[in-house]
Design a protein around this ligand. Structure first.
Ligand code: ADP
Ligand code: MG
Length: 323
């Protein structure tokens, strides 16, 4: 049987270009380019909590990296390096090969070098720490939204949550829509190109991983403002449009795993936002506005097509969910 070192050599050691030192020593060595700041983020995927244990390994490799790229995108950072921690119940080389193929296909698309990691035996758990670069002082934080700003969101909302309901057998879907929703769940597209182009345009940004309702509330809290969402303007795919409107709304605002970007920008920059979306080939939709400096605990209000306020769906919280 292959040793840990042979497995790493076989599946994960790839020649890098940018890092001063990659896999093989006690640490990797990296340097930010002059005038750039390193943006660093970590995300952990646990079998049974974040994915079904028998999910296709290539898609798991993709998703493990994609969810981290989404965090970099949300700061406007350009991806550079990643480390990978694997806890594996057994050595399954076919699984490792497929996982690595999915991981490196996405890494290659974004110029990410795998510079280290750790591998251990244990319950199936996949972790990535990602590092990117952003011009000093230019990172787009959650805390920069201003009263009067528009609220925007990329892509469409709720598809992954619908895909999850389909896989759980609680929702029937036509074959092609099911395929689309399950792909959104298992192989999300991180909005890296859009995030980078929003530097200098967006005043605040967050990636939508736990539902737009909750994630926009995080942004609003961090900015000390309240926001209003217009239900009729939320971008929905054909799969959601076909559902009853309150069910679609529930998925779009409370469903997890979208990995879209939610951001704010002043109305004077609407054309610039549209242009950024165009260049990044990513749909961008204006879905609401920032109202005022926060006075109430209610960070986000939802307005229906008839102008009346609707109850807000809550985002997902691992600890609250278990309570
Ligand atoms: P240490 O004993 O210092 O933790 P290891 O023996 O775990 O080092 O790892 C040896 C080298 O292989 C290190 O450079 C480490 O970063 C790298 N490595 C280990 N696991 C992985 C992995 N899953 N992906 C990428 N690199 C890895
Ligand atoms: Mg180790």
């Amino acid at each position: 049987m292959a040793s840990e070192f042979e497995l790493i050599e076989r599946y994960f050691a790839r020649p890098g270009k940018r890092a001063l030192l990659g896999i093989g020593d006690d640490c990797a060595l990296v340097e930010a380019a002059p005038g750039m700041t390193l943006a660093v983020s970590t995300d952990l995927l646990v079998a049974g909590t974040h994915f079904f244990p028998h999910t296709d390994a290539t898609r798991l490799g993709h998703k493990t990296l994609a969810v981290n790229l989404s965090d970099l995108a949300a700061m406007g950072a350009t991806p550079r390096y990643a480390t990978l921690t694997l806890s594996l119940p057994q050595v399954d080389e076919a699984w490792l090969g497929a996982f690595a193929a999915g991981f490196f296909a996405l890494a290659g698309e974004h110029g990410v070098e795998l510079i280290g990691g750790d591998t251990t035996r244990g319950p199936l758990t996949l972790g990535v720490t990602i590092m990117g670069e952003v011009p000093r002082g230019a990172a787009i934080r959650r805390s920069g939204a201003w009263p009067g700003d528009d609220v925007w969101v990329s892509g469409t909302l709720g598809d992954a949550a619908l895909g999850l309901a389909f896989l759980r057998g609680t929702k029937a879907l036509d074959e092609s829509l099911a395929r689309m929703c399950v792909e959104r769940l298992e192989a999300p597209t991180p909005r890296v190109a859009l995030g980078v182009r929003l530097v200098g345009i967006a005043t605040a940004m967050i990636d939508v991983s736990d539902g737009l309702g909750g994630d926009l509330a995080h942004l609003a809290h961090a900015s000390g403002v309240t926001a209003t969402l217009r239900a009729a303007d939320l971008p929905l795919s054909e799969a959601l449009v076909r559902l009853a409107s309150d069910e679609a709304l529930q998925l779009a605002l409370g469903g997890g795993d979208d990995y879209e970007l939610c951001f704010t920008a002043p109305p004077s920059l609407r054309e610039a936002v549209a242009q950024a979306g165009h260049v990044a080939q990513t749909r961008v939709t204006r879905v609401g506005c920032i109202d005022s400096a926060a006075r109430s605990a209610l960070a986000v209000r939802l307005i229906g097509a008839d102008g009346r306020e609707l109850p807000m769906a809550q985002g997902f919280d691992h600890f609250l969910a278990g309570a």
